[in-house]
Design a protein around this ligand. Structure first.
Ligand SMILES: *Cc1c(COP(=O)(O)O)cnc(C)c1O
Length: 374
């Protein structure tokens, strides 16, 4: 049996040829392909300005800067995410304030946000984990009532929607990731959807050393910027992927449906919300019945790997990392995030998977789990 990874990018020959064209063109860094990808992403987002960055992490950090967030400010987010979500808050000198996950959605518990708001709170970073969107109606209702900015960490939500509207078409600042594992990739990369030309202009400066090119051919620098521009090589990959995004996500939904059909529900696992209206099915993640298992999650994953099936963990609750423990965080503070983070496993789900692959994963999973249940 061939090894089945938990994810694998789908790069077609047209995209590979387009990358070759860029490499042969004599212009490989930020240029016409980046401009084209920004225009196509803007169309995808209903005409809103979109700017590319070298990663979603960089885009999120610049989004916080554009929102004017810095030292002394608090930003609310969920501890159940990729660590980038909290890192960017600390990078701009602000303080992350965690709100536990909702056990039903595994996203930030909207009912617990208001209790975490203080006079220093400036923004909320919602995370659409596994591509299942946070309820945008409730989220923006809270943000409006408390005059908070929203920086959507929609890294996993490209092509997902809320109430029939694609994520990115509405809302405040919205960031997507094009990391290799996401629903569309540029190798590495990301983007930010902004509200107006002024924000877009500031983003352009922040991502390239603060430089403004003047009409007379000289330049000026009026803000401290970094180096986070995308290359045309990456943009060529992104352009090839964006064309296929709908097809990719349709296939992901089909595969997710197959998982629900074939998953052995008598094993005591909790399945993800069965959402076929909004989610882009970035990941399919059952929660293991750890208390009934005689081996650890790590050992279970090793046994699946021995059967040639890749299983990932996305993610452990981040407040239990040493970085946060050193600040006084400990077990018990965010019980839902801790429970999900301890039990979650990511099963293979990517567009090139065959129907039979899902059956094989379900059968192998079931046998591996039955062998260790007591
Ligand atoms: C992937 C991811 C990021 C970071 O994206 P990069 O492009 O790798 O910087 C941030 N947040 C979440 C939830 C992610 O899944």
């Amino acid at each position: 049996m061939e090894f089945l990874p938990f994810t694998r990018p789908a790069i077609d020959e047209d995209t590979i040829a387009a990358v070759g064209d860029v490499l042969r063109s004599g212009w490989i860094t930020t240029g016409p392909r980046c401009q084209q990808l920004e225009a196509e992403l803007s169309a995808f987002c209903g005409g809103r300005p979109v700017r590319l960055a070298a990663s979603a992490t960089a885009a999120l950090e610049m989004a916080l800067q554009i929102a004017g967030i810095g030292p002394g400010d608090e930003v609310i987010t969920c501890p159940l995410s990729w660590i980038a979500t909290a890192n960017v808050i600390m990078k701009v000198g602000a303080t992350p304030v965690f709100v536990d996950a909702d056990p039903a959605t595994r996203n930030i518990d909207l009912a617990k946000i208001e209790a975490a708001i203080t006079p220093r709170t400036r923004a909320i970073i919602p995370v659409d984990l596994a591509g299942l969107p946070v309820d945008r109606d409730r989220l923006y209702d809270i943000a409006r009532r408390h005059k908070l900015r929203v920086v959507e960490d929609a890294a996993q939500a490209m092509g997902a929607s809320w109430n029939g509207q694609a994520i990115g078409r509405g809302g405040d600042l919205v960031s997507f990731s094009f990391h290799a594992n996401k629903n569309m990739t540029s190798g590495e990369g990301g983007c930010l959807v902004l509200n107006n030309a002024e924000e877009a202009r500031l983003f352009e400066k922040l991502r390239l050393q603060g430089v403004t090119r003047l009409p007379d051919g000289t330049m000026d620098v009026d803000v401290l910027g970094g180096k986070a521009n995308m290359t045309d090589i990456a943009a060529a990959i992104g352009l090839g992927q964006l064309k296929q995004l709908d097809g990719f996500n349709t296939r992901r939904r089909e595969l997710a449906r197959l998982y629900f059909q074939h998953f052995d529900r008598s094993l005591g696992c909790e399945l993800p919300p069965e959402d076929f209206a909004n989610s882009n099915w970035h990941m399919f993640q059952p929660l293991l019945p750890l208390e009934r298992m005689s081996v650890s999650r790590g050992e279970f994953i090793a046994r699946m790997k021995a059967e040639n099936i890749g299983v990932g963990v996305h993610y452990p609750a981040m407040h239990l990392f040493a970085l946060f423990r050193d600040k006084g965080y400990a077990e018990g503070q965010y019980p839902a995030a801790e429970d999900i983070g301890a039990r979650t496993v990511t099963l293979p789900l990517f567009p090139a998977m065959r129907d039979e692959d899902v059956l094989r994963v379900c059968q192998t999973f079931s046998a591996a789990l039955r062998a260790v249940l007591h």
